[in-house]
Ligand binder design. Structure first.
Ligand code: ZZB
Length: 261
């Protein structure tokens, strides 16, 4: 599986995270730290509304060279180290370790997003053994992200977040004949999905969204506005890579575990 790995810069750390990092003598001064989100939908990056981590996953902060540091699972950084994406082939010792739960609330800058400043939020269904363990949220086109955002807005106390952090509106990115400009919302409503834990319905919703967006979708935002998604997708991806805001990350064969089981 070939993913586009998006570099989402941490611009302000929660106090709990600062404490955890200083306890490990990890000095943030002079370093750029990025959450690395693996996506199959680079053309939707205009509509990012937050970055999801799992409160249950232990992440590493890894030296990626040139004072850049990546937050992801050790498993993902190990893979990157064998794909020549890191300074030393086969070296994947973390500079610091941090639980997803203490990153929540961090301020971030996500490439191409129409929203200049976003937050890190919790998603309980993030899989540790897929991608980088970090997921960028596009509620307009990802049914999982849409329903998770609704859940966060409904239960901010339970999730220990501020309601405003989860209140960014989905952005119209792609128009399709069947679902209009907010594919995920339309499908979630049609299938009557009520919860992020509604696995089977969400798997079906994702399938429908992928197909319709890719084969019927037209971009309604950005540099490739008016072009078919099929054509715009590789161009947006190439632009993100050229500007050093993303890189190609391959998931080794046989290790891809789908959420539907
Ligand atoms: C942004 C995005 C926008 C995504 C969209 C999808 C959609 P798949 O389809 O099962 O192969 N993802 C990545 N890593 C994880 C993880 N560790 N745990 C849970 N979800 C993860 O998975 C690929 C997609 O699942 C990725 O692409 C990512 O969300 C999420 F409009 O990134 B995507 C119809 C889907 N639309």
């Amino acid at each position: 599986q070939e993913y586009t790995a998006i570099k989402i810069k941490v611009t302000e750390w929660p106090e709990a995270a600062q404490k955890v990092l200083s306890e490990q003598s990890f000095d943030l001064n002079g370093k750029s730290v990025y959450l690395i989100a693996a996506t199959l939908r680079p053309e939707t990056m205009y509509g990012q509304t937050c970055c999801f981590v799992s409160p249950k996953i232990e992440y590493g902060i890894f030296d990626a060279g040139n004072n850049d540091y990546y937050i992801c699972t050790e498993r993902a950084f190990k893979n990157m180290s064998f794909q020549d994406l890191t300074p030393v082939r086969g070296y994947y010792q973390a500079s610091a370790k941090i639980s997803g739960s203490v990153i929540i609330g961090a301020k971030i800058k996500a490439p191409l997003s129409v929203y200049p400043e976003l937050r890190v939020l919790p998603m309980e269904t993030v899989l540790a053994n897929k991608g980088t363990g970090v997921v960028t949220s596009v509620p307009s086109n990802s049914p999982d992200d849409y329903i998770t955002a609704i859940d966060l807005q409904n239960k901010p106390e339970y999730y220990k977040i501020e309601r405003e952090w989860a209140s960014f509106e989905p952005v119209a990115i792609i128009e399709t004949p069947t679902y209009g400009t907010v594919t995920a919302k339309t499908i979630i409503e049609q299938l009557k999905v009520k919860s992020p834990k509604d696995k089977d319905a969400l798997a079906q919703a994702k399938e429908l969204a992928y197909k319709e967006d890719f084969y019927q979708g037209v971009m309604v935002i950005g540099k490739y506005k008016g072009e078919k998604v099929e054509d715009a997708k590789p161009k947006v991806k190439a632009d993100l890579i050229a500007s050093n805001e993303a890189f190609v990350y391959d998931e080794p064969e046989g290790l891809v575990i789908s959420r539907s089981g």
